[in-house]
Design a binder for this molecule. Sequence first.
Ligand SMILES: *Cc1c(COP(=O)(O)O)cnc(C)c1O
Length: 428
Amino acid sequence: MSVLSSTTEEAIALEEQYGAHNYHPLPVVLEKGRGVYVWDVEGKKYYDFLSAYSAVNQGHCHPKIISALTEQAHTLTLTSRAFYNDMLGKFEKYATETFHFDRLLPMNTGAEAVETALKICRKWAYEKKGIPENEAQVIVCENNFHGRTTTIISFSNDPVARENFGPYTQGFIKIPYDNLEALQEVLEADNNIAGFLVEPIQGEAGVYVPSDKYLKSAKTLCEEHNVLFIADEVQTGVARTGRLLATCGNCSCTDKHCSATPEVKPDILILGKALSGGAYPVSAVLADNPVMGVIRPGNHGSTFGGNPLAAAVGMAALQVVKDEKLAQNAYVLGEIFRNELEKFITSCALVKEVRGKGLLNAIVINDTEDSSTAWDICMALKENGLLAKPTHGNIIRFAPPLVITEKQLRDCISIITDTLRAFVQNTP
Ligand SMILES: *Cc1c(COP(=O)(O)O)cnc(C)c1O
C-alpha cells in the first residue's frame, strides 16, 4: 500500500483496523476542498451539504482564512495564557463588538464552550443570585445536543450517547423543547434555577425550528425569575440561519432580515464551529460584565484556548462573514431552497416535510425512524455528487457552505429532487 496516495477502500480499511469506531461515516474519502466543493481520493467532485456540521460556513479553505492561518503559523502559534499574546485582545475586541457583548472567554471546541458557560452560570448563581451552595439547577431541553463531555451527556436523552457512561453529573432539569408552559412551571416551582440552556434551532435532533415567539418569551420568563438565558449557537450561529445569530438580539450586522425582527440577546452566548470557518478549533463564550465578572484568575482555563493562531483565524473568519454578506446569502437562498423543495414534495410521497431557517434545513423521510431509507437516499445523493448525512433516523439535514451561489444551489436542488424521484421509481 502506498503511503502517498490511497484508494477509498484502502483509506477506509486503515480506519477500520486502527481507529476507534466512534463514528459511522458515509463511505467517501475526501482529500481536497474548495468553497462548496470537496473531492474524494479518486478525484470525484461533490457538493458538500453538511459543511462539517456547519463549521465550514465560509466554504472550504477560504483563501483569506487560510492566509491568516499560515501567516500567523509562521509567526507565533502558542504561548499559553501564562503570558499575553498580541492577537488575543484584538480578537476579543473584534468579536465582542461584532456580537455586542462586554467580554469573551476563548476555548477550542463547542463542548468546552458549553462546559464553560455552565460553570459561569453556576458561579453567578451562587455569588450573585444567592442560591445555596451546590443547589443550583440548570434547565435544559429534551433532545438537546450540546457535545460529548461527561457533564453534557449527563443531561442528554440520547441512549446511545449516554449508556454506560455514568455516574452522571447532577443539577439539570429537562423540559420539552418549544414549550413555554413547561418552562414557566419549573421556573415557578423551583427557586434554585440558575440558567436555561437552549439551542435556538435543535440541529442534531433533526433541525427543529421552534415557534415564532418561543425564544423571546422564554427570555422574558427567564428575566422575570432572574435566570440566565444561555444560547448554544455553536451550530446556528455565524450566519447559518440567515442572520449573524439565530438569536440576533442586537448584533451589529446591518442585514435587514436581522434588524427587522430582532429576537433576544442571550445572557450567555456560546459559539464554535464556524467561528473559525473550519480551519482550526475555535470556540468562545460571550457575556456582559455582571455575568462574566464572576470569573477570576485560576477559576477556568485551557492551554490552547485563546492562542494567537486561533485568534488570527477567528478574526479572519468573522471578517469573511461580513465582507461576503453570508447571513444575507443564507437568508435569500434558504427561502429558494425551501420553496423549491416544498413544491417538489407535493408530488413525492417519499418526503413528508421540509423545514429549517436560512441554510440550515432538513427533509423528513416518510418511513419509520429505524428504517435505512434516509441512509440509502444519502448513498444515492453521493453517487450523484452531493454529500449529506441522515440525522436521527429518517431525517436528512441539508446545510451547504454559505458561500454557495444561487446557480449552484439550483443545481443542487435538481440533484436532490432527481435523486428522490429515481429513488421512488427504483424502490418496489
Ligand atoms: C457541534 C455542537 C456542539 C459541540 O461542538 P464540538 O466542537 O463538537 O465539541 C455543541 N452544541 C451544538 C449545538 C452543536 O451543534
